[in-house]
Design a protein around this ligand. Sequence first.
Ligand code: GLN
Length: 466
Amino acid sequence: MGYKGMAVRDFIFDSQQGKMDLKGFYSGLSRELTRLNKELNIFVSPPGIGGAESGKKGKLAGLPVSVKDCICVKGMQSAAGSRILEGYVPPFDAASVARLRDEGAVVIGKTNQDEFGFGTFSTNSGFKVPKNPHDTSRSAGGSSGGAAALTAALGYPHIALAESTGGSISCPASFCGVVGLTPTYGLVSRYGLIDYTNSVDKIGAIGKCVEDAVLLLSAIAGHDPKDSTCIDAPAKDYTKHLKQDLKGTRIGVPKEYFKDIDESVSKQVWNAIKRMESQGAVYEETSLPMTKHAISTYYIIACAESSTNLAKFCGMRYGASEPISGNFNEYFSSVRSKYFGKEAKRRVLLGTYARMAGYRDQYYLRAMKARTLIISDFKKAFKRFDVLAAPTMPAVAPKFSEISRMSPVENYMMDILTVAPNLAGIPMVSVPCGTAHNMPVGLHIMADHLQEEKAISAASAVEGME
Ligand code: GLN
């Protein structure tokens, strides 16, 4: 049957009309998911097509969606890529998943990720490590590596629900040559997300094209009383902003985002900026001077918040447990030592230190002040520009052999371009803009809070033009 290569939009249209043989479609899809999972380690638990009865209605009628492992799906193991949560099956759907199901989407599995989102290459997954479909000796990116690898490799119509704290949507999208859309902080409910850094976490979308990511966003955005940080903004139809004229669009190009970048990556990004110019946009170089403090600010805040979030995983309530012995502390530390990975332990130690009495002012509170300055850098820039354009990542997807030689700090430095916009909570789209070293390169388009339409129209104007 001709489902492979079918555009998501066409699939939804046909499915809404009742023209699809959904049963045949899902069984072909199931086989393909099993095959891809063997090859690329895409899913944490074996894929399963839940609730796939035919005749689904809604804006996403019958559409397969994958869900990042840290987002709770009723009846499916949701372990956030961590061994400590292995066996945890939520009795409820995250708000974003419930909205997708309300629109007729069908959940096909929980995608692999770095444990709790701690990483840039998905090599910190407590399970197998996802691989890049363009070159299996390279990383699919992180932490939503499974989501991006699946989106790139799967021929069937599908969209991935993913999550970003410091770049986990943009990075894997860029490495796998697909589109990653991270919305404004608070636009999508975090209810049911196994949190990493509550003040930074955002649920968003990874799709084969800008339109796919936008279709998913339009279904999940909107106020939710169950998440107190969710913005009470009217729901919008973001699909209206696809392929719009760029005439007069003002693009800022932050010079700090081109420092120490792989030359061939930088070249592809400049070509994309020139393409936007040829469509009527005007660009100008600008500066975001706080960029140099972004990594330290981010990692202090992220570790501080995650170290408190991880306290609840102690072998008593969710997931892994052991026969109870010793006092509370002895029991908790034996479970935590056994089931947390190395990076999770590192972050618990760093974060606990940064917020300890006596060090709090020096680290955590200082990082909070630096974060405010990072936000004002962006706010100033958006007084002059509609969008900012930069490379998404400083290099193409590295080889696993290169990653194993990186120190933790070298690893963190790979996030230099994504952590600041994520800390600021602004919307961003990573869109493929060419290749370097035979691997995809991502262009990062950032916009002011709640201006996702500007990032969407700029991204959709450049896509497919490489
Ligand atoms: N690489 C960053 C980190 O390790 C961001 C990951 C994410 O957004 N979850 O924290």
